[in-house]
Design a protein around this ligand. Structure first.
Ligand SMILES: Cc1cc2nc3c(=O)[nH]c(=O)nc-3n(C[C@H](O)[C@H](O)[C@H](O)COP(=O)(O)O)c2cc1C
Length: 177
């Protein structure tokens, strides 16, 4: 099982959570960490290069901080240019069929805010539906997302444990859906 972790954070040096997650993955066999903003400082994504990276892996994890209830913009661009017609969907578009797709997302809002009764009014599961719908169209198996809410209130000790849990999520043999 080869796993590609696509990290999309526009300011990874200032990051606490995503940087810790990324560093925790270093040195693990069969895990490739690929940073979009570092690879494409001019934000022009090389679709062919991204597609060959995907083809070389069995599981793709999209790791990002939640921005405006969605992904940072370069990850949206990645969807737009990499998951093309005839490659990821449509006639002949079966290149991702059978792969696994996971999501790892950190949020400022605490878990209780992502409830119908909370100030964000929608659950994370609902807000991540566009990625799940994309998963359905491209024929991947959607893994239960790995979510860390309320990042301001996570202690160093909790973050250390959470990063260890994240490594387990990325490297687990069987998928939880
Ligand atoms: C432009 C921008 C938009 C954001 N939008 C949201 C949001 O919609 N919901 C939320 O809970 N947090 C939001 N945040 C907070 C980030 O998700 C949070 O800072 C990040 O997950 C922390 O991870 P890091 O330490 O890796 O940067 C936003 C932050 C920025 C800079």
């Amino acid at each position: 099982m080869k796993t590609l972790v696509i990290v999309t954070h526009p300011n990874i040096e200032q990051s606490r959570i995503n940087k810790t997650w990324m560093e925790a993955l270093q040195g693990h066999d069969n895990v490739t960490v690929h940073q979009l903003y570092a690879t494409y400082p001019d934000k022009t994504i090389d679709a062919a290069k991204e597609q060959s990276l995907i083809l070389a892996h069995d599981r793709i994890i999209l790791q990002f901080p939640f921005y405006w209830y969605s992904t940072p913009s370069l990850l949206k661009e990645w969807f737009d240019v990499v998951l093309s017609y005839g490659w990821a969907y449509g006639e002949g578009g079966d290149k991702m069929h059978g792969k696994q797709l996971g999501v790892a997302v950190s949020t400022f809002g605490p878990a209780e805010s992502y409830q119908h009764t909370g100030y964000n009014r929608y659950t994370m599961e609902e807000l991540l539906k566009p990625i799940q719908a994309t998963n359905n169209l491209i024929g991947t198996t959607f893994m239960t997302p790995f979510i860390l809410n309320g990042v301001m209130h996570i202690s160093e000790e909790q973050l250390k444990q959470n990063a260890a849990d994240y490594v387990k999520y990325v490297t687990m043999q069987s998928v939880t859906v």
